[in-house]
Design a protein around this ligand. Sequence first.
Ligand SMILES: Nc1ncnc2c1ncn2[C@@H]1O[C@H](COP(=O)(O)OP(=O)(O)OP(=O)(O)O)[C@@H](O)[C@H]1O
Length: 567
Amino acid sequence: FVVLLDVSLSNLANMAEPEEELQGEDGGSAKKVQKRSRRKKEKRREEEPQVLEEENQRCFDCVLLRGIFKLGKKSHDVLLTRTRLTWTPIVPETPTGEPCTLQPGVVLLQDVFAVKVKRRRAVGQQTGGAFLGLALFYCRRRGRKLEEDTLHLHNSSSEHTHRWYSTLKEQLQAFSSRPRYLKVFINPCSHKKEAVYIYREHVAPLFKVADVRTDITVTERRGHALSVMKECKLDEYDGVVCVGGDGSVAEVCHAMVLRAQLDADSPEKPVKPALPLGIIPAGSTDVVSCSVHGVRDPPTAAMHIVLGHLQQVDMCSFSSFGQLMRFGFSAMFGFGAQSLARAEKKRWMPSSQRREYALVKTLARLRPEDCQISFLPSNRTNRNLSEQHCDFGFGLFDLLPFFRSVVAVGEESWTTIQGLYLSISVMSIPCLSPVIPRGLAPNTRLANGSASLIAVGNASRSEFVKHLKRYSSSSGQFSFSFVETHDISAVKIQLQAVAGWPEEESEEEESKTSPIIQSEGATCLWNIDGELVEMANEVLIRVHPCLITLYGEEVDEAESAVSCSCI
Ligand SMILES: Nc1ncnc2c1ncn2[C@@H]1O[C@H](COP(=O)(O)OP(=O)(O)OP(=O)(O)O)[C@@H](O)[C@H]1O
């Protein structure tokens, strides 16, 4: 590499010499020549890093090994570089001149997650056996899905096989983000109680092939993952994995941030966990998993983990009167929380039926909430400020006068809106799902340092249904006069009058026009990451840019698999 670099630099230096001579010969047009020469030099200076980069790449991609292997029944010329393995069929010329039907092929090492030596063994034989060659385990993309595939390279020479095996192993070990030891949490009660089965069938075999060791906790109750996370020796692991639905994911994320705060002795300020989190979807909606994988598919999720694909993700803190409630990705108040509350009361129903029942019933009893929303619009200045002031206090908000639209406090400009709202959502990730491929919050990204505030004002039932329907069709869900969206870095939502939440039994008698007003200090229900959370009537949500690292990638749109039949 050094030699090549030296050669390319000296070539560049030699190229410069004739020009210097030209300048000296023609004194009359010296200025013009000087100008031309300056321009050429500038151009060369611009091109230099590019030339070096190309040389660098060529050198990086120089052949490490070359040998003959059989792929299927035919011999191939196989080349290994630092980035790829390529094979070309070796075809002897035939007297009839028949064209070769075999194609050359390539697999990138970034997609290879394991290499194994193949031996011929008799039934029951545990060790030894004649060498057959190598098996390369790699991942293939099919749309958003990542699928496992195997390349068999046959050569019975032990020396040849060993040389290739150790070189390939060495190259794969250079991928530093790939985990070797993982802490795994499985929620056996998620959705259809299939999380343990999903892990055993789709994830454990892949981890075994990729030589990833695991320490598994099957959670026994709500909060179990949090208590284990508080005490376990995290520095032994390379990552954490959660097998479950959005509620389990939110609990593990919350636990990881709290643990990082504890370790850093930072009681006020959220601290980014050192370990990444992998999510194996086993819930009913799985929007967090879908937002970083683009598909709800456990093998794809496991593949992102073994290949060490890392994605930074923004998170929110939810607090009330200075007290942190939890960290999470999304919160819904109004319609989203009311329908979840109704669904939770019918846990005995099959999940799709339960959701449809809850949606239809909540639509039938649609009622707005009187709220005041104060938000800090997201921009670079505000984002920096929000990073600095990420304590959970309400100091700044206490200074907000009522009914003002824009209030400047220091350098922060808070905007306040007030009225009747059918639904208020705050999402720091797009919340993709197969039903809503572009997500509940298509205007936000995984790591843009802001969240989407979607406030749906009071409207007729039919207008509200139109707005909801447009989520699953294409777009235009926000182009209604009663819908407002804002990119925010913080928001405070204050319920002005608390409407009672009548018991299901008495719902039939519930008045259609006059909600029961309760006394001050009563709590209200929120849907936070698919979990029903009771909070005081004042909630502060702050965005914490890139607070967590998830195994996955940035995804624009999820693969659409099913359509929602309920509305
Ligand atoms: N053994 C357990 N028994 C009961 N609850 C548990 C157990 N383990 C974890 N939990 C809790 O169950 C809650 C819900 O989990 P999760 O979101 O995985 O399932 P789900 O609600 O069925 O899925 P989804 O949110 O996709 O509908 C989490 O808050 C978690 O803390």
